[in-house]
Design a protein around this ligand. Structure first.
Ligand SMILES: Nc1ncnc2c1ncn2[C@@H]1O[C@H](COP(=O)(O)OP(=O)(O)OP(=O)(O)O)[C@@H](O)[C@H]1O
Ligand SMILES: [Mg+2]
Length: 286
């Protein structure tokens, strides 16, 4: 396998007030992956990903991005490489208009004005908010704020996009559209995507790989289908597998694969099992 693009090596982290949040995390993220990170509240998900763009520096251990320690990379350069969308978008937004908000990082990076204009418009179009370009971010809905925050990060054209709970404050349709957007950015632009979620359905549907955190450590890491069959470990992490995984595991005694991830896969698997049982030869259930 190729070199990982992000590599956490035995990362420990203690907040200034003495709270220890990470206890020796090792994690490699490869270019072009979509990885989901799950785990109960306070398990260290946000603390870990903030290490990937230098917002936090390890108390012990190291994080390499593009092969170089984050301790040796200027923050501005890291922000361009690894974009992090805050869990609470209000923390990220502070300008008087959506336009200023999305331009902010580009101005800091001294990008020429005409390029800023087109990039800002393009990024807002991507998140479906071009019509709000002149609005005051404070008055937007929680979901819209999150979209502005995503546009502001996309404008920097990072290689890696980290989205912390992209589905919070969104209705299901919007949350799903977000996930589709990340999938598209991954497929069409080759962006590496790391998303933190409490929606296990999104892990199974959009991430080939899932990382489960518990008490500041990584408890499970592997193909999402396999991870969600590790019932005992998931219980330890207080993570409930998605319903489709639970059903697949229960039906395993009838010969159904336990690592099924989507309703469509389940439909095919059950259909094949029924057809086989009936000795059907024309491939239909009739
Ligand atoms: N700024 C801070 N100062 C002190 N302790 C903090 C700070 N931020 C987080 N913590 C603590 O660090 C630990 C890990 O928190 P973190 O926010 O990384 O968890 P999380 O998995 O992202 O949780 P959630 O699902 O609620 O977002 C928790 O014990 C939390 O209380
Ligand atoms: Mg968090």
């Amino acid at each position: 396998m190729s070199q990982p693009f992000i590599s956490a090596k035995d990362v420990h982290f203690k907040y200034p007030d003495g709270t220890k949040a990470l206890y020796g995390v090792d994690l490699d993220i490869y270019e072009g992956e979509i990885v989901s990170i799950v785990g109960q509240n306070g398990s260290g998900k946000t603390t870990l990903v903030k290490h990937f763009n230098g917002l936090l520096k390890p108390t012990e251990g190291d994080v390499l991005v593009g092969g170089t320690s984050v301790k040796k990379q200027p923050l501005g350069q890291l922000a361009r490489t690894v974009g992090y969308v805050y869990q609470n978008p209000s923390l990220q937004l502070f300008c008087r208009s959506v336009r200023d908000e999305v331009s902010f990082g580009l101005k800091l990076l001294k990008v020429p004005g005409n390029e800023i204009k087109s990039t800002v418009e393009e990024s807002l179009k991507t998140v479906g908010l071009l019509d709000k370009i002149d609005e005051y971010p404070f008055f937007l809905t929680m979901g819209e704020k999150q979209r502005v925050a995503i546009a502001a990060i996309l404008a920097l054209k990072p290689k890696v996009l980290i989205v912390d709970e992209p589905t919070t404050g969104q209705d299901y349709k919007m949350a799903y559209q977000f996930m589709k957007l990340f999938e598209k950015l991954n497929k069409e632009e080759g962006k590496t995507v790391i998303f933190i979620t409490h929606e296990m359905r999104f892990s199974t549907e959009f991430a080939k790989r899932t990382v489960v955190m518990s008490n500041g450590k990584i408890l499970l890491d592997g193909p999402s289908g396999k991870v969600f069959t590790q019932v005992d470990k998931l219980k330890e992490a207080f993570v409930a597998p998605p319903q489709i995984s639970e059903l697949a595991m229960k039906l395993n005694e009838c010969g159904i694969r336990p690592d099924i991830l989507t309703v469509d896969e389940m439909y095919q698997e059950i259909k094949q099992a029924l057809l086989k049982k009936r000795g059907a030869i024309n491939g239909t259930c009739n």
